[in-house]
Design a protein around this ligand. Structure first.
Ligand SMILES: N[C@@H](Cc1ccc(OP(=O)(O)O)cc1)C(=O)O
Length: 147
């Protein structure tokens, strides 16, 4: 089992992709992991987007979320930081250069590569696609960490 306990997901605004990843993984991992999410340019205190809320409630997942920015404390707290895109990873390298050894894109970490596209402003179908993609990635993540 992996020794990684504190997991931080990062996207842009912390209202769509990273909170979706946070709550989907909380549902899968139960008490095994401590999971948070944040945004590289988040406006603090914004609720989860309607599209993400629908994806979660369709799966019966409760959430209580207010967006937050990536801070030095959060970076220090995290054992691993998984970003939704390569540009988030690059932004973190500038904002928090001390974090570099533990920052990966989610799909890079899983060796598939590529970005999780931003569904913001798009139809619900795009949020659903992100939900399916994240679900698949997070299942692979837990398999990887059980090896
Ligand atoms: N659209 C917001 C920023 C934003 C961008 C992307 C976004 O999606 P995600 O939470 O997945 O990064 C959320 C918010 C703004 O104009 O400031």
């Amino acid at each position: 089992m992996s020794i990684l306990k504190n997991i931080l997901f990062v996207c842009t605004g912390n209202t769509c992709r990273s909170p979706m990843a946070e709550y989907l993984l909380k549902e899968k991992a139960g008490d095994l992991l401590n999971i948070q999410s944040a945004g590289v340019t988040a406006w603090p205190g914004v609720p989860i987007s309607d599209g993400t809320a629908r994806v979660l409630s369709k799966r019966g997942i409760n959430h209580q979320h207010a967006s937050q920015s990536v801070t030095g404390d959060l970076v220090e707290w995290a054992d691993i930081i998984l970003t939704m895109t390569q540009s988030h990873k690059e932004m973190l390298a500038i904002q928090h250069p001390n974090a570099s050894g533990k920052v990966f894109t989610l799909k890079g970490y899983l060796s598939t590569g590529g970005d999780i596209a931003d569904p913001i402003g798009g139809p619900q179908e795009e949020y659903e696609q992100v939900g399916v993609e994240l679900d698949r990635c997070l299942t692979s993540l837990l398999v990887k960490w059980k090896e």
